[in-house]
Design a protein around this ligand. Structure first.
Ligand SMILES: Nc1ncnc2c1ncn2[C@@H]1O[C@H](COP(=O)(O)OP(=O)(O)O)[C@@H](O)[C@H]1O
Ligand SMILES: N[C@@H](CCC(=O)OP(=O)(O)O)C(=O)O
Length: 254
């Protein structure tokens, strides 16, 4: 793949381990900095609520507390990214969105123009839901679907989801040891989307279902999505070189 616009999404469980930032963030920053030389790179990053909790352990079951945790954690998360990307000479930009930003063509077009300016200048946009004001109808609620919207509405060629799981399996591999990884998925059945959502990290809101919804949204629009582990970034490097050995590629049949 050459000169592509690529969106990466990283979940809370990949970034944080036992309430502490993991060195996986360093590895992700290294990979994105490498790719930013040849491609246009955007990052949708979760982790604001988890980061906020490290400083102020509020009861996150109350919505206003969760909003406050995001407000506390978002600048902490950005500081960590900014410092790491700086080592590679990269500038980052914080972009916070709500579902309402994709509701009107005018607002989406305005946001896209701004994203284009960032990418033309090799600045890496780090995007998250604006959790501190996102409630009710303007709420996405999970960054898997948000990253699919970012990919489609901001004209990207590919979405790569870096997860705590290395592929989509025939069943939940954490509870069924016979579950098998799927290499390519060309169709998502409705019953797959009706499973319960149960993310592994207590600060996460996604789970496998939101990843499948993201994949379906993109497959319906002819855009591929690659799901792989945030623990093993060589699979991403290989995939982008055309060697698909690990992870799941979601690609609609056209
Ligand atoms: N069919 C399946 N294939 C893969 N993972 C599954 C499946 N069903 C349930 N899961 C669970 O979904 C988890 C991934 O979702 P989540 O914890 O939200 O990841 P992330 O933090 O990367 O967004 C896996 O670790 C696994 O426990
Ligand atoms: N926007 C929230 C995370 C939402 C989310 O989807 O979390 P995850 O399932 O870990 O990708 C945050 O920054 O904490």
């Amino acid at each position: 793949m050459k000169n592509k616009r690529i969106v990466f999404k990283v979940g809370t469980a990949t970034l944080y381990e036992n309430g502490k930032l993991s060195d996986r963030m360093d590895k992700i920053v290294e990979l994105l900095s490498e790719l930013n030389k040849e491609h246009e790179v955007m990052l949708v990053s979760s982790g604001a609520v988890g980061a906020g909790y490290t400083r102020c352990p509020l009861d996150k079951s109350r919505l206003e507390n969760k909003q406050a945790l995001a407000a506390i954690g978002q600048p902490l998360l950005m500081k960590e990214y900014k410092e790491r990307f700086h080592k590679y000479g990269n500038v980052v930009a914080q972009v916070l969105v709500t579902a309402a930003d994709f509701d009107s063509r005018k607002r989406t077009a305005n946001a896209k123009k701004m994203i284009n300016v960032l990418l033309e200048n090799k600045v890496i946009p780090i995007i998250n839901e604006n959790d501190s004001v996102s409630v009710e109808e303007i709420l996405f609620g999970d960054n898997d679907q948000l990253s699919a919207y970012v990919t489609y509405y901001f004209d990207a060629d590919l979405l790569i989801i870096l997860s705590d799981i290395d592929a989509l399996y025939t069943d939940n591999p954490k509870t069924n040891k016979d579950a098998k990884p799927l290499k390519i998925v060309t169709k998502i059945e409705d019953d797959m989307l009706n499973q319960e959502c149960n993310p592994n990290d207590k600060f996460a809101t996604g789970g496998i279902v939101t990843k499948l919804k993201a994949a379906k949204f993109l497959m319906d629009r002819g855009i591929p999505m690659y799901l792989t582990s945030g623990w093993d970034l060589d699979s991403v490097r290989e995939f982008l070189k055309g060697n698909h050995t690990k992870g799941t590629l979601f690609k609609g049949e056209k």
